[in-house]
Design a protein around this ligand. Structure first.
Ligand code: NDP
Length: 246
């Protein structure tokens, strides 16, 4: 059995997922870095190793349910443990509902919601066996309060909150917690192309008058996945600079 706690982080090639991976590695976890292409993941792995941590790379499309489940199971078997699962990979395909295609709905739901169900189901067995597990779904404040132009994305993120609560209820007695971290507006590739006017408007709605950083989210994930967070489960924690407060 691998000595360190093993963390499986999807969408770890950049943005929030990369920050989560770096932070968990810094906190002593062996991190399995997952996204669609190996190149960027290998760079994150090198960064982790240069800082004294350990990681491995897995190229998987989380929209491919069979491949994702197989990857999670293979990691759990290889290490004889899977302690932490961070379902972070996500995409947007924005558009007003009246013009949104079925395809854009399905792609976003499969990538942002179904993948979390598939990975959590695959991870649950190893977690229950070892009587320890931390599942984190990366939601969004869009799933909490809705957002014009994001029917697919907001529905997927709201779905993650229900999924999180259900996992928490089903696995709590086995030492497995599940929580949802809902970021507000975080500076990553996903938000880079929004006009300055939008960014200023969003900042004005926050109690803390700045945009979030990937490290702000990683800090919250580090806590909810820690050994000491064993009594915290089923929660959605908005890390949004006080934008929604609900
Ligand atoms: P980025 O676009 O910067 O990164 C997305 C990550 O997900 C990349 O690593 C990408 O890797 C990976 N990814 C996307 N699709 C797939 C797929 N099908 N299979 C495997 N990996 C995939 O996004 P952010 O870092 O900004 O967002 C991360 C999470 O945080 C998402 O769930 C997002 O919805 C959520 N969030 C972000 C907010 C923000 O303001 N940025 C606000 C609220 C929530 P690759 O392309 O190499 O496969």
């Amino acid at each position: 059995m691998t000595e360190k706690r093993v963390a499986f982080v999807t969408g770890a090639s950049r943005g929030i997922g990369k920050a989560i991976a770096l932070r968990l590695a810094k906190d002593g976890r062996h991190v399995v870095l997952v996204s669609r292409s190996e190149g960027p993941l290998s760079e994150v792995k090198s960064e982790i190793e240069a800082a004294g941590g350990s990681a491995e790379v897995l190229a998987v499309d989380v929209g491919d349910a069979k491949a994702l489940a197989a990857a999670v199971e293979a990691v759990a078997t290889k290490h004889a443990r899977l302690d932490i699962l961070v379902n972070n990979a996500g995409i947007t395909k924005d558009g007003l509902m009246l013009r949104m295609s079925d395809e854009d709905w399905d792609t976003v739901l499969d990538t942002n919601l179904k993948s979390s169900f598939v990975a959590s189901r695959a991870a649950a067995r190893a977690m229950m066996k070892n009587r320890f597990g931390r599942i984190v779904n990366i939601g969004s404040t869009s799933g909490v309060v809705g957002n014009a132009g994001q029917a697919n994305y907001a529905a997927a993120k709201a779905g993650l909150m229900g999924l999180t609560k259900t996992i928490a209820r089903e696995l709590g007695s086995k030492g497995v917690t599940a929580n949802c971290i809902a970021p507000g507006f975080i500076q990553t590739d996903m938000t880079a192309n929004l006009p300055d006017q939008v960014k200023e408007g969003v900042t004005a709605m926050m109690a803390i008058k700045r945009l979030g950083t990937p490290e702000d989210i990683a800090a919250a994930v580090a806590y909810v996945t820690s050994d000491e967070a064993g009594f915290l489960t089923g929660q959605t924690i908005a890390v949004d600079g006080g934008m929604t407060m609900c």
